[in-house]
Design a protein around this ligand. Structure first.
Ligand SMILES: Cc1cc2nc3c(=O)[nH]c(=O)nc-3n(C[C@H](O)[C@H](O)[C@H](O)COP(=O)(O)OP(=O)(O)OC[C@H]3O[C@@H](n4cnc5c(N)ncnc54)[C@H](O)[C@@H]3O)c2cc1C
Length: 462
């Protein structure tokens, strides 16, 4: 049997883990082409993971090894939907795995959420990480207080970045434009708001503990917001909750040092309105409702407003309230969950029937939750369903071969960046960083990246 030809759309962790898994198979030969809309691979590893968490990014070494496989090709700077349609991919390949992530940001739906000074966390995080789509974002840091809405790790990342000493950030791969802006920042207090209580927080213990260790930053937690120590009750809590509470008790007990910058963690608070200066002017304050917890019929704990609302000055609001995927024409989409419609890793139509040869992996399959290793298990599931379908003849084989497809893509895409092009970008970024003792200096525009991929200076062509 000829090799199975699989296209993977998206080169984030889920796409790369799926590629690695397919190429490791002993009983079937697979050829894998990975597409990404950007010249640079690795998705949120490059554009989401915080710059001051470099160890997390070392997972790319595994992806580099996958890319060295003789049956692997990378087609970067190719957007599926724009340069190539889903219908074409279905014709050109035996199977297509969608791994496009879910990195569109949600905003809280309250009055004033679109005023200048509001940013979904996806935009803010993409801005400081140098995502080409977000490099022009206008983040006004000339304000004293910022509010971060949300209680997950992304909310804590955003809060930490806003108050971390820029001398420390200068040793990371944070985008230069963000470093400059943060260096001149007037932000002195970041208030992080959780709709529910400390026990329901979605962040993890290591992230909350890290806040307490930031030099020059006081972390304020109201002791009344944290359940009192109770050995029996604490023992019965799930481990993440137990350790979160332990860390929060520590922070609540610490005396503020009078540091120049503060992070305030507030629980049982919802933003119910964002107020601008005049009509349509930038954010000047937020209206915050206090909540109480009520237990639903199904046992889940929900926040309910008590009717008490306070107004607090603030000039910057980061909405860290979740992510959603972006539809691709021809692929059935679940608008509510923001994912491709799927069952058991197969993309399914609106009638629930699988679309032959169409699969899904990562955040666009499960929704925006789970850390990088979660995508490894997810990819294993997707690949095993795909291979079982192929073995049982449920996949229609393509009449195209790899050379024909490469020619078609090269005709369509003016500035195709293959893996050696990415390696040239990588070499260029790391060389730029050497004299500054940084891991890399990121190129942030597609033009600069294409230029560096072709062996140029990485400067934007005139
Ligand atoms: C702010 C933030 C911080 C995080 N920090 C951590 C952390 O510290 N540790 C950890 O383990 N996990 C972290 N995560 C979670 C982790 O990043 C995700 O689990 C993981 O990236 C999801 O992988 P994915 O492949 O599904 O999506 P993504 O990583 O989003 O990759 C999707 C890829 O698809 C490409 N793409 C999109 N549309 C198209 C298209 N139409 N055509 C071609 N290509 C397309 C994108 O350019 C991108 O490269 C973080 C997430 C966020 C948002």
């Amino acid at each position: 049997m000829t090799a199975l030809r699989v296209a993977i759309v998206g080169s984030g962790p889920s796409g790369f883990f799926a590629a690695g898994n397919l190429l490791e198979q002993d009983d079937v030969e697979v050829q894998v082409d990975v597409f990404d809309r950007l010249p640079t691979p690795f998705g949120l590893v490059r554009y989401g993971v915080a710059p001051d968490h470099p160890a997390i990014k070392s997972v790319t070494k595994i992806f580099d090894r996958t890319a060295q496989h003789e049956n692997f090709r990378y087609f970067g700077n190719v957007e599926v939907a724009t340069h190539v349609t889903a219908a074409e991919l279905a014709q050109w390949y035996d199977a297509v795995i969608y791994a496009i992530g879910a990195s569109g940001g949600r905003r809280l739906e309250v009055d004033g959420a679109w005023l200048p000074g509001n940013h979904p966390s996806s935009d803010f995080v993409g801005w400081y990480n140098g995502h080409p789509d977000r490099r022009e974002l206008d983040v006004d840091l000339g304000v004293e207080r910022a509010v971060v809405i949300g209680n997950g790790n992304v909310a804590l990342d955003a809060a930490r970045i806003l108050v971390t000493d820029t001398d420390k950030l200068a040793g990371t791969d944070m985008a230069d434009h963000a470093l400059r802006a943060l260096h001149g920042s007037a932000v002195r207090e970041v208030v992080v708001l959780g709709r529910r209580g400390a026990e329901q927080a979605a962040f993890t213990p290591a992230e909350v503990a890290e806040l307490g260790k930031l030099p020059g930053v006081d972390v304020i937690v109201d002791p009344a917001d944290v359940p009192e120590e109770d050995k029996e009750r604490d023992k019965a809590r799930p481990p993440v909750e137990r350790n979160n509470i332990k860390q929060l008790r520590r922070l609540a007990a610490a005396e503020p040092t009078g540091a120049d910058r503060r992070i305030v963690l507030r629980f049982l608070r919802s933003v119910v309105g964002i107020n601008g200066e005049g009509k349509g002017g930038p954010v000047r304050s937020v209206s915050i409702a206090r909540n109480e917890l009520v237990e639903g019929e199904d046992g889940t704990v929900e926040a309910q407003p008590t009717g008490h609302v306070d107004e607090h000055d603030a000039g910057l609001v980061i909405h860290a309230v979740g992510y959603h995927g972006t539809p691709i024409p021809g692929i059935p989409f679940d608008t509510e969950r923001g994912v491709f419609r799927n069952a058991d890793s197969r993309i399914v139509g609106y009638d629930g029937e699988p679309l032959p040869g169409h699969y899904v992996v990562g955040w666009i399959k499960r929704g925006p939750s789970g850390v990088i290793p979660t995508n490894r298990d997810c990819a294993r599931d997707t690949v095993s369903v795909l291979l079982a379908d192929a073995a049982e003849g449920r996949i229609p084989r393509s009449a195209f071969d790899g050379a024909q497809v490469e020619k078609l893509i090269a005709e369509r895409v003016e500035n195709l960046v293959e893996y050696d092009g990415w390696m040239a970008i990588d070499a260029h970024e790391t060389a730029l960083a050497e004299e500054h003792d940084r891991p890399r200096v990121k190129l942030t525009s597609v033009d600069e990246m294409v230029d560096a991929a072709l062996g140029g200076s990485g400067e934007t062509p005139a």
